[in-house]
Design a protein around this ligand. Structure first.
Ligand SMILES: [Zn+2]
Ligand SMILES: [Zn+2]
Length: 276
C-alpha cells in the first residue's frame, strides 16, 4: 500500500482508524491459520503506517513549538524504523517512506540543543524470548532471532529480575527519551526558523553546517563576561572580543521549493547594533 498521509488532520479520520483496526484483525486471522507470510506482510504494512503516523505527530509538535513532545515521537520513529528495516527491502522502505522518515528524524535530532541524557544501567537476571517464552541462554538458544518476525510478531528479548545498578549521565544514549534539560533554558531558534518554512511532514529539505564571519561591531549586545559567540566555550573577553571579525557556527537550509526573498535573510542571533 502506498501511504499518502502528510498532515495531522489526515491521521484522525474514520477511514484511517478503521484501516488500522482492520490490519490488526487481518493479521490475527492470518496468525490463526498460520499463514506466516501474510501475517508478516501485514505486520510490515501496519508498522510502516504507524511510523508515518508518529512522524506526522512529531512534525505537528515541531510546528507548534512543542519540542519535547516532538522529540519523543522522533525517538519512537527511530526505534520502529530499525525493526522495519530489518524485516523489509529497499523498495518497501522507499515506497512506505520509512527511508525518508529515518533520514529526516536524524536531521531533526541533530538540530536540537539537547546534549545530556539519563541512562539507567540494569543488572538483568535472565532474558526470555517473546516468541516462545524460553529462557535465552548462551548455549541453548531457542532458534528465534532477536528483531526477526515470526508469524507476524517481532522477536524481542524480555529482561527479568532487573536490578537498577546505576544511573549515568551520557551524551550518546541508547534510547533518547530521558532528556536532562529544562527546555525553557534552551535555544530552539534553529528549529523554529526551519519550521517556519515547512508546511507538511514530507517536504524535501537539507541543511549544511558551516561557519560565517561577522564584523566585531555586530556583537555589541554580547557582554565581555558572556560565552563567546564562536562557541569555543570560553568567555567573550578571553576569546574573540579583541578580533575584527567573529566566526560563528551557521546553518544553511536548502529547500526544493522557492522561498520568497523577504524570508531569505540571514538570521543573526545577537540583534543589530542600535541605530542612533
Ligand atoms: Zn524463542
Ligand atoms: Zn571565540
Amino acid at each position: 500500500m502506498k501511504i499518502e498521509l502528510t498532515r495531522i488532520e489526515h491521521i484522525n479520520t474514520v477511514e484511517i482508524r478503521n484501516y488500522r483496526e482492520k490490519l490488526l484483525e487481518w493479521k490475527q486471522k492470518a496468525q490463526e491459520i498460520y499463514d506466516e507470510q501474510r501475517a508478516n506482510d501485514i505486520w510490515l504494512a501496519s508498522e510502516s503506517l504507524e511510523v508515518n503516523v508518529l512522524f506526522i505527530k512529531a512534525f505537528d509538535n515541531l510546528k507548534n513549538g512543542n519540542f519535547r513532545e516532538a522529540w519523543g515521537f522522533l525517538e519512537g520513529c527511530e526505534i520502529k524504523c530499525v525493526f522495519i528495516e530489518k524485516n523489509s527491502d529497499k523498495r518497501h522502505l522507499t515506497e512506505s517512506r520509512v527511508l525518508y522518515i529515518q533520514e529526516s528524524v536524524k536531521k531533526f535530532q541533530s538540530l536540537y540543543p539537547y546534549c545530556v541524557f539519563v541512562s539507567p544501567g540494569f543488572k538483568v537476571g535472565y532474558y526470555t524470548c517473546s516468541i516462545c517464552g524460553q529462557k535465552v541462554r548462551p548455549r541453548s538458544r531457542c532458534g528465534h532471532k532477536k528483531g526477526s518476525l515470526y508469524n507476524g510478531e517481532l522477536c524481542l528479548h524480555e529482561g527479568h529480575e532487573l536490578d537498577l545498578m546505576e544511573v549515568s549521565i551520557v551524551s550518546r544514549p541508547v534510547q533518547k527519551y530521558s532528556v536532562m534539560h529544562d527546555d525553557s533554558t534552551l535555544d530552539f531558534s534553529v528549529l523554529e526558523h526551519l519550521m517556519s518554512f515547512l508546511e507538511h511532514a514530507f517536504e524535501e529539505w537539507e541543511y549544511e553546517k558551516k561557519t560565517m564571519s561577522f564584523p566585531r561591531e555586530k556583537f555589541e549586545s554580547v557582554l565581555e563576561s558572556d560565552k563567546c559567540p564562536c562557541r569555543s566555550g570560553l568567555i567573550f573577553k578571553e576569546c574573540c572580543s579583541g578580533k575584527e571579525e567573529v566566526s560563528m557556527p551557521h546553518i544553511d537550509f536548502i529547500f526544493s521549493k522557492d522561498i520568497p526573498p523577504e524570508k531569505q535573510e540571514i538570521k543573526f542571533p545577537y540583534g543589530s547594533p542600535k541605530d542612533g
